[in-house]
Design a protein around this ligand. Structure first.
Ligand code: SF4
Length: 553
């Protein structure tokens, strides 16, 4: 019996079953072809919540079933963090359990980066109460906590769920936290206010068993922003604001983007989606991934491989015929921004005459205490709305003109800069070896030190420039789309020792300059030489640059 379409309820069509399958359900491969698929078949990841509350939080770490610990916990945003003191050389050679700490990192869903002051306070409180005051803003607009004990998870959930937050499907083979423009509904120049369309997808589908067993993670962006700040080019599915054929705003569809070790840009389907169709079209695309996505090999289990093999035309045809049951009209392409800054940093006017203030923590690292201060500052200046961005930044909305400078001063006193240097503004770093079990090198502290060094050495450099530092090839902080991307690996230093270092990717970008950075053979730097390397590259650029030229290595 073929699987039923979640979008329409009708059975989906199957085509001839190839001899060697990729584990595609729609072609009849329902038997698990690897351990991950077996675990998901044995028990839905969503069911682990009950066990965390009733069993594991009472029995402690040692009571946790390994299949839950290393699998289903992710369905609620929980990973074991890396045990301290294990160097990057052991990442690939140790068994997973040897890398496990007894503490957890947790992602809290903040779809569209939307937080009220009460929600921010709740996150601040659980961070200080249970997470040793840790908090990182991720480039998926989530907040990530560390050092959590399983015993404290139910109380943590109670606190954040009391203010409407959740960790459901924040990780795992699920529709993870969805990106949205932090200025949706307030930006003067937005194409469409995507707030309700994004909210409807979350309300309709998150936590549904229809989408809790996908081949792998599924990243969504819904974006009506004029600068395309959610980076639709590298999401699994993106709705991008356009003005439709009849003059009313809606969305253009992009499918199959993603970075990691096989980077691909999303393909444009050329179909126009009305706002009232967004949730249904989202379900259709996600159902195609569930039913036709490759499940045999984990590294091919992202939708981008299916989109690459099918092409945009076939993907659209299957979406319309097998899942939606109607054709979508052709639509226009979005107008791409020529700039490279999509981060909404600085002070800008809203469409209602008030102002938003975007500011920069260091490479996304804050703390519970600092988030509490942000909540205080927002509230003291009459705002109840704070946003996270896809560039590890934060924004306070709804400030009246006469209070803007007071907000700026209060934030800058917390080292949350509203008018930062290029280096502070556009350097990102992933979690790295401090907490991540896949990491080979340390990232956050190194990136922070790099910012300080570059500000000291090159105060004259003010051009847009993205520097993205990643602890391994997985590219969580977007190695390949930075002007200068660093991929963590072990390298050989001048004395012949294996030390932490980076492969360099040069000249990546999104928007009109979209392209993956060139991985120049042999172009590597040790971590200690990182500031010298970047300084050399930028000085060469400054020496040779022509009028109006921006950095493109
Ligand atoms: Fe971990 Fe690698 Fe992702 Fe960094 S890029 S967070 S080291 S998996």
């Amino acid at each position: 019996m073929p699987p039923a379409s979640a979008a329409t309820g009708r059975p989906t069509k199957t085509t001839t079953r190839p001899r060697r399958g990729e584990g595609q359900w729609a072609l009849g491969y329902r038997e698990p072809l690897n351990k991950n698929e077996e675990n998901k078949k044995n028990d839905d990841g969503l069911n682990v919540r009950r066990r965390i509350i009733d069993v594991y939080s009472k029995g402690g770490f040692d009571s946790i079933d390994p299949a839950d610990l290393r699998g289903r916990f992710r369905w609620y945003g929980l990973y074991t963090q890396r045990a301290p003191g294990i160097d990057g050389g052991k990442t690939a050679v140790l068994e997973p359990e040897e890398l496990d700490d007894r503490y957890f990192m947790m992602r809290i869903r903040t779809d569209g980066g939307q937080l009220s002051v009460a929600q921010l306070r709740a996150i601040a409180e659980v961070s200080t109460a249970y997470g040793r005051d840790t908090a990182d803003i991720t480039d998926r607009q989530n907040v990530q906590l560390h050092w959590l004990r399983i015993e404290d998870v139910p109380a943590l959930w109670e606190r954040i769920e009391g203010v409407g937050l959740s960790t459901t499907e924040a990780c795992g083979d699920t529709p993870r936290g969805m990106l949205g423009c932090p200025l949706a509904g307030i930006a003067e120049d937005e194409v469409i206010d995507s707030t309700d369309d994004l909210r409807r997808i979350v309300e309709d589908h998150i936590g549904s068993p229809l989408f809790s067993n996908l081949p792998r993670k599924f990243k969504t962006a819904v974006d009506g922003c004029s600068v395309h700040c959610t980076n639709h080019e590298i999401n699994d599915l993106a709705f991008v604001g356009v003005v439709g054929p009849d003059g009313t705003p809606g969305y253009d569809l992009f499918v199959g983007g993603g970075l990691s070790t096989n980077p691909m840009f999303a393909q444009r389907l050329g179909a126009f989606v009305r706002p009232d169709q967004v949730s249904e079209v989202w379900a259709g695309v996600c159902s195609i991934f569930r039913d036709y996505g490759y499940r045999r090999l984990r590294h091919r289990a992202r939708i981008k491989f299916l989109v690459k093999d099918w092409g945009a035309a076939k993907f659209r045809e299957v979406l319309e015929k097998e899942y939606l049951g109607y054709a979508l009209p052709d639509g226009p392409e979005p107008v791409l921004d020529p700039g490279t800054r999509r981060d909404h940093v600085g002070v800008h006017r809203q469409k209602d005459g008030r102002f938003y203030v975007g500011f920069t923590p260091r490479v996304g690292r804050v703390s519970g205490t600092k988030l509490g201060r942000v909540a205080d500052i927002a509230e003291a200046h009459g705002s109840d709305r704070v946003r996270t961005t896809a560039d590890q930044k934060l924004v306070i909305l709804d400030i009246t003109e006469d209070r803007v400078e007071s907000v700026v001063a209060a934030l800058e006193a917390e080292d949350l800069l509203v008018r930062p240097s290029t280096f502070r503004r556009q350097t990102m770093a992933c979690t790295g070896i401090e907490f991540c079990k896949l990491a080979i090198v340390e990232t956050k502290d190194r990136a922070s030190a790099l910012i300080d060094e570059l500000e000291r050495r090159l105060p004259e450099f003010t051009d847009p420039l993205t520097i993205n530092i990643n602890g391994c090839p997985n590219a969580c902080a977007r190695t390949q789309t930075a002007d200068i991307g660093f991929k963590g690996q072990l390298v050989t230093d001048a004395d012949g020792n294996q030390v932490e270092g980076f492969q360099v990717h040069l000249g990546g970008g999104l928007g009109l300059q979209a392209g993956f950075g060139r991985k120049v053979r042999g172009l590597k730097t040790t971590a200690d030489e990182l500031p010298d390397y970047v300084e050399r590259v930028l000085r060469r650029f400054l020496d040779q640059k022509e009028d109006g030229e921006v950095f493109a290595a």
